[in-house]
Design a protein. Structure first.
Length: 136
């Protein structure tokens, strides 16, 4: 808003004084006079609440489109799935360390990302267990 109409907000020192609660060091700790700030923005803002418009919205439509993974995606998926399988087998024998839990979460995220995109994900050269398996 300051870019479009600098006079709406005024100088920073006045804006801070009018709308922030400041501590002894001049850092914001809360807000005040938000109704006045809202009144200043009202001519330029369109604000509709969900309760106001939900009766006008169409029913939700979910569509699932299943597509086959490319060979490269399948290979990358298999690489990550092997790591997940190894960590799950390990977790059945003993609790995973924090690093192993984090790695499991990363690998599961990679499986999801591979399935959610049509562009290839960058291949990692190494992970914590050594070189990443490569497909030719």
């Amino acid at each position: 808003m300051d870019f479009l109409n600098p006079s709406v907000l005024g100088p920073l020192f006045r804006f801070n004084r009018d709308f922030y609660e400041l501590d002894d060091r001049g850092r914001p700790v809360g807000y005040r006079n938000l109704d006045q700030l809202h009144a200043r923005f009202q001519p330029w803002m369109l604000r509709r609440r969900k309760a106001d418009v939900e009766t006008e919205l169409p029913e939700r439509t979910d569509r699932n489109h299943f597509v086959h993974l490319s060979d490269e995606h399948q290979n990358r998926y298999a690489d990550h799935a092997r790591i997940v399988l190894r960590l799950v087998k390990l977790a059945r024998r003993r609790p995973l360390t924090k690093e192993q839990q984090d790695k499991l979460q990363r690998e599961l995220a990679m499986l999801r990302m591979i399935c959610d995109t049509t562009s290839p994900q960058p291949r990692r050269e190494e992970d914590e267990d050594g070189p990443h398996p490569r497909r030719r």
